[in-house]
Every structure is written in structure tokens, then in C-alpha cells.
Write a protein that binds this ligand. Structure first.
Ligand code: IPD
Ligand code: CA
Ligand code: CA
Length: 267
């Protein structure tokens, strides 16, 4: 049985409070699918409301910490060692289309390193969390990356670029998917990077890769995979994920294989 630290308690409380709001709004979005106006504006409001809830909860609990948030950007705190990194609604396109695959993601950066993460999936009420040196968990169950070593038995997840992203990224993504697809038993694109990472930590996927991400998409998930015994790098094999926006994550044996396949596909 896991013991939540005060820090994790604070993070989980904030994520779940925002998540309860998102569930209410998701019910409304499902109705709006068939309206002519569509749910766009409503979802933007839901997203901002969730971020406000998280901001208020975290600020109340740790008044001096800074913030990096998707909607409101950077809000420095008096304590420059600690920064919350917040995605109030990861999987917005799913949410907008009434697809119940979305999450709240809260990471904590401490002294320049990612220190703790919580990813909360409101629809299934599942809480993924990890803290430096304490392990990764789904609710109270300890998480470990999968033990599969054989590419042919392995399942991967990725993010596919969409409208508005650079043409080179679209072309490269097609090459990468082409290179991975004939070596593995499947590739999934579920549309919420935080959950993709949590699912690598949970051993469901052997690996995940994507480029063009933002720090709030991956902060919590990176801690989770490390604490579950997996490996995370950027697309050049370095640890510069947060700045480069690229991430390659995998279990301890297939991270290197996946990275090498992706790098070869770029040549
Ligand atoms: C997006 C999701 C998606 C990924 C995109 C992200 P958002 O975040 O994580 O899976 O492919 O690159 O922007 O916009 O839903 O918070
Ligand atoms: Ca996101
Ligand atoms: Ca978001």
C-alpha cells in the first residue's frame, strides 16, 4: 500500500477537483456535438476553468511556488526552486469530440529537475502519480514498465501531427510510423500525451514517441516513467525533452531499439 506524501496529496487534490469539473463539462460537450455552433467555445471555457481551479488549489497549499501553465503561461513564485507545470486538459481534441480519453497533468520541477507528477483521468477516476525516489503508482498499485524485450510483441504509441504544424514534421512522422509499424505488433494514437506516458509507466505500451510537445504535456509523465523503471530521452538520445519538445520513452530494453529505429528513419 502506498503512502501519499503531503506533496502528492496536494497535487492529487488539485487534479481531482479540476477533473470533477471537467466531467460535468464533458457531459455538456456530448450534447453540443449535434448543435450547429458546436462545442468549441464551451471547451475553451472548460479548459480555462480547470486551470483556474488547479492554480487556486496549488497556490493555497504552496503559496511561494511558481507556475508554468498551458493557458496562463509562466507565473514566477518567490521560491524559485519549485515550479508547477500544469496541463489542465490534455486531450482537448478528444474532449471536443466527445471522446472520453483526456487527463489533467500536474508536474513539479524542483531545482531544475522533474521531481513529482500526477496524471488524473477523470472518466475512469484513475490517478497516476510518481515522486522522485518513491516509485510510480496507479492509485495504490505500484507501476513498472513492461518486461517485453521483443519488438515483434511490442505495442507503441505516438502522436501524429495535425493541421498547423510544420510540413517537415508531417513528413518525418510518416517516415517514423512507416519504420516502426513493420517491426512491432501495433501503433496507437489515442490523443493525450500525458496518458500515453502513464501507460508506458503502467506497462501497457512498450514505448511512446512524439515531437512538437510542450513541457506541460510531458512533465508529469517523465517522472512516472523514470520511477517505473523506464527510460526517457529526446529524439537525439539526450535528456533535453522539455526544451526540444521531442520525447522517446520506453521500457528498459526497448527504449534504445525504438530510438535507433526513429533516428535511422530520419536519415
Ligand atoms: C495535445 C495532446 C496530444 C498531442 C498534442 C498535444 P492538448 O495536448 O497531448 O496527444 O499529440 O501534441 O498538444 O492540446 O490536448 O492539451
Ligand atoms: Ca497537452
Ligand atoms: Ca491542454
Amino acid at each position: 500500500m502506498s503512502q501519499y506524501s503531503p506533496l502528492i496529496n496536494v497535487m492529487i487534490a488539485a487534479a481531482q477537483k479540476a477533473g470533477r469539473n471537467l466531467i460535468r463539462d464533458f457531459g455538456e460537450v456530448e450534447q453540443l456535438q449535434v448543435s450547429r455552433k458546436g462545442p468549441g467555445d464551451f471547451v475553451t471555457k472548460a479548459d480555462k476553468k480547470a486551470e483556474k481551479i488547479i492554480f487556486e488549489e496549488l497556490r493555497k497549499a504552496r503559496p511561494s511556488y511558481g507556475f508554468l501553465m498551458e493557458e496562463n503561461g509562466s507565473i514566477p513564485g518567490n521560491d524559485t526552486s519549485n515550479t508547477w507545470i500544469v496541463d489542465p486538459l490534455d486531450g482537448t481534441t478528444n474532449f471536443l469530440h466527445g471522446i472520453p480519453q483526456f487527463a489533467v497533468s500536474i508536474g513539479l520541477e524542483r531545482d531544475g529537475d522533474l521531481f513529482a507528477g500526477v496524471i488524473y483521468e477523470p472518466i475512469t477516476d484513475q490517478t497516476y502519480w510518481a515522486e522522485n525516489g518513491k516509485g510510480a503508482y496507479q492509485n495504490n498499485r505500484r507501476l513498472r514498465v513492461s518486461a517485453r524485450r521483443d519488438m515483434s510483441e511490442s505495442l507503441f504509441s505516438t502522436g501524429i501531427p495535425f493541421i498547423g504544424q510544420p510540413a517537415e514534421r508531417h513528413a518525418q512522422s510518416q517516415k517514423e510510423i512507416g519504420a516502426v509499424m513493420d517491426k512491432c505488433c501495433g501503433i496507437r494514437r489515442f490523443g493525450a500525451a500525458s496518458l500515453d506516458l502513464a501507460w508506458v509507466a503502467a506497462g501497457r505500451y512498450e514505448g511512446f514517441w512524439e515531437t512538437g510537445l510542450q513541457p506541460w504535456d510531458m512533465a508529469a509523465g517523465i517522472v512516472m516513467i523514470r520511477e517505473a523503471g523506464g527510460f526517457v530521452s529526446d529524439s537525439s538520445g539526450k535528456r533535453n525533452m522539455m526544451k526540444s519538445g521531442s520525447i522517446v520513452a520506453g521500457n528498459d530494453s526497448l527504449h534504445a531499439t525504438l530510438l535507433s529505429i526513429l533516428q535511422k528513419s530520419a536519415k
